[in-house]
Design a protein around this ligand. Sequence first.
Ligand code: EPU
Length: 302
Amino acid sequence: MRLTDSNLLAALPPLGIERIAGASLAERTSLGIGGTTDLLLVRKHESLPELVSLLRAAVIPYRFIGGGTNLLIPDGELPWIILQLARRDPDIRIEGNFAWIDAAADLGRTVTTCAKHDLGGLEGLIGVPGTVGGALRMNAGAYGTQIGSHVREVVVFRAAAGKIETLRGSEISFEYRHTSFAPDDIMLTVKLELPSKSFLEILQGIRICNEKRRSSQPLNQKSAGCIFKNPPGASAGRMIDELGLKGFNVGDARVSDRHANFFVNAGHASAADMLALIAEVRQRVRKAYGVTLENEVIVWNE
Ligand code: EPU
């Protein structure tokens, strides 16, 4: 979709918003899949309410992306404008055991920056790609760490109400890969409470998690991490593996040889290839185990 409304286009520069016309979402997602549209890079959080109200007034559909690491976006010309917070170095303010972090910050760099201030607890999240905001929305977790356990406050733009609000951690429910945020909430800043640990101890934890991840996940291939959530008490990866589906493919969408719950784009996979692979694997698992796997990856439907 292209922005043509001249009033809207003129309003963007004063709000500090950069327009990237005809942006390729395939270049902005870790799966390397996604069509084209105009993308608006938001440099100042305070501009969001006005931007969204302008888009609403002009009846322009929009969607928001964080780091694009857990998303499957359709092919072709997309029917939405995309909003994205501009990435920057972790803007971290620390006071005692509390850290205030920009949602657009890279999650991995946030883990290491907190470590340099002797704040741990996030070691398991090292190597989870994406932004702090994306991690919050999904309650990202790995190796016994879930980001939600450390959240004390979130500043969020509630697009439905058009307002920026501060929520206390106790007002948000963080479950396995699920939170109570509304679909159109946009995370802006988070306050985490983290345990004090020595830098060396944290580094040791980081090394162990990195090693585990390197040995079990296809880190050098394009993927969105795990495609399915684990059903209660079971492992989606193990079930898919047991069915002999490693390497199974639809076009260039392929079940990883290393971890069967990672589906990789082995070349020029389309969204349609990836969706067909997801549907086929889900159906085979249902037939063999009587379990319907739920998507972990967020699929945008038109
Ligand atoms: N397994 C297999 N074959 C495979 C993959 C796994 O037999 O191809 C077995 C493993 O040997 C292990 C069990 O299944 O006994 C569980 O595997 P793993 O430890 O790799 O963990 P997982 O349950 O597959 C979860 C998260 C990952 C996270 C790891 C580490 C989900 C859907 N996945 O994977 O998160 O990195 O634990 O904590 O919860 C993600 O969310 O995108 C993600 C990758």
